[in-house]
Design a protein around this ligand. Structure first.
Ligand SMILES: Cc1ncc(COP(=O)(O)O)c(C=O)c1O
Length: 390
């Protein structure tokens, strides 16, 4: 395993990094150690860096466009990693997945239409529905032991109330579930019954730990394929979110045309030169790097879980099946979210995400900890967590 590569601490201060350089602004305090935004502290795979450097050396940065080989890199990646057979012309490119979510909301729904989400969930799911003046409908996930599940009776009740679109987070940020085939089949069956479009955000789909397996909901059957818009990207997988390049896979011709028209209406035509190169290089050459990353992240998860069990037994780590984000139940501390957040900042010196960002009720008493960093940095952060809460 390339342990040295992932153990290597790279100074990111003064690189315009949101994670490191925006902390003082966002958290109101200097010298914090960051465990918040979903951005890892690892360098990208060598081949990605090499291909970008080659392009930099060329020196001419005119308009560029994804090519057949870019499409092929996406097609063969999802086939190899997720046994999903797609066609090259199902793929559209987008600078980001939050942008794509907003485009899909605008393309397929009208102001006032109902859109369903499952809190606790990634904050922009709430935001994009609200800023587009659609009606936010929620079917919260429920926690039993250390595992979240879908309450299918609430899910069906909400779909039956006239929902137009369901935004699925698969795997689910922040609770780390990798949905099982049976769960996805039930979702697809109910969306068919109530004729609801599925917008499936699969940005974390490559970050899954054995024995869990990611199944693209679109790959289940013909009906699911025809009602699903799937969003994937190399950004979380290979830690290249700054390259701003994502692939939106829409098998249904009519839905794809509507989506493309919406991007066109916003004046979007093509990706950034380096985004295109990075996406293709990552999907073409990044597999070995990813397998090594997954082994490293699994060790970080195991380390964190045993540290917390030993040193902070009142906290409960929700077992992650995917993602590098740990959802930690701190309710036994009996503290308000504000007090907990402030304590971690002032006494601990660490920046984590407050659970309430992912659902006011569902995230109450939780924090989200990003363990995508060198082990020494993680150890330092956990010591700080212990010092704050002991
Ligand atoms: C579920 C999910 N979707 C989308 C994003 C962001 O995607 P992008 O940067 O491409 O907009 C994130 C980032 O954390 C995420 O967790």
């Amino acid at each position: 395993m390339k342990k040295d590569f992932f153990n290597n601490k790279i100074n990111r201060i003064n690189t315009n990094s949101v994670k490191w350089d925006r902390m003082e602004n966002l958290f109101g305090k200097k010298d914090l150690l960051p465990f918040w935004v979903a951005d890892m502290d690892f360098a990208a795979p060598e081949e990605v860096v090499k291909e970008i450097a080659k392009r930099v050396d060329h020196g001419v940065f005119g308009y560029t466009t994804p090519t057949e080989s870019t499409n092929e890199s996406v097609r063969s990646w999802v086939q190899k990693r997720h046994e999903w057979n797609i066609e090259a012309d199902w793929i559209t490119y987008s600078p980001g997945i939050v942008f794509a979510i907003s485009m899909a909301i605008q393309a397929y729904t009208q102001k006032g239409d109902s859109i369903l989400i499952q809190p606790p969930v990634y904050t922009p799911f709430f935001e994009m529905v609200k800023v587009n003046e659609r009606k936010l409908i929620e079917s919260p996930l429920y926690l039993k032991g250390d595992r979240y599940s879908i309450d299918f009776s609430s899910f069906e009740k909400q779909l039956a109330s006239g929902v137009k679109m369901f935004i699925l987070c698969s795997p689910h940020n922040p609770i780390g579930r990798v949905w099982k085939r049976g769960e996805l089949e039930k979702i697809a069956e109910l969306c068919k019954k109530y004729d609801v479009l599925i917008l499936s955000d699969e940005i974390h789909s490559d970050l899954v730990y054995k024995p869990s397996v990611h199944i693209p909901i679109s790959s289940l059957n013909e009906d699911a394929e025809n009602r699903t818009i799937t969003c994937i990207a190399p950004s979380k997988t290979f830690n290249v979110p700054g390259l701003q390049a994502s692939a939106i896979i829409i098998p249904n011709n009519e839905l794809r045309e509507k989506y493309q028209q919406q991007q066109h209406k916003q004046g979007f035509f093509t990706l950034n030169t380096f985004g295109t190169i990075g996406l293709e290089a990552a999907y073409t050459h990044g597999e070995i790097w990813l397998n090594e990353l997954l082994a490293y992240l699994q060790e970080n998860i195991d380390f964190t879980r045993s540290f917390i069990k030993k040193n902070l037994p009142s906290l409960k780590v929700i077992n992650p099946e995917g993602t590098y984000l740990l959802w930690i139940d701190c309710r036994a501390l009996n503290m308000s979210d504000e007090d907990l957040h402030n304590l971690l900042l002032t006494k601990g010196g660490i920046a984590v995400e407050s659970g309430v960002k992912y659902g006011a009720a569902e995230g109450k008493g939780f924090i989200r900890l990003n363990i995508g960093c060198p082990r020494e940095q993680l150890k330092e952060g956990l010591k700080k967590l212990k010092a704050a809460l002991s």
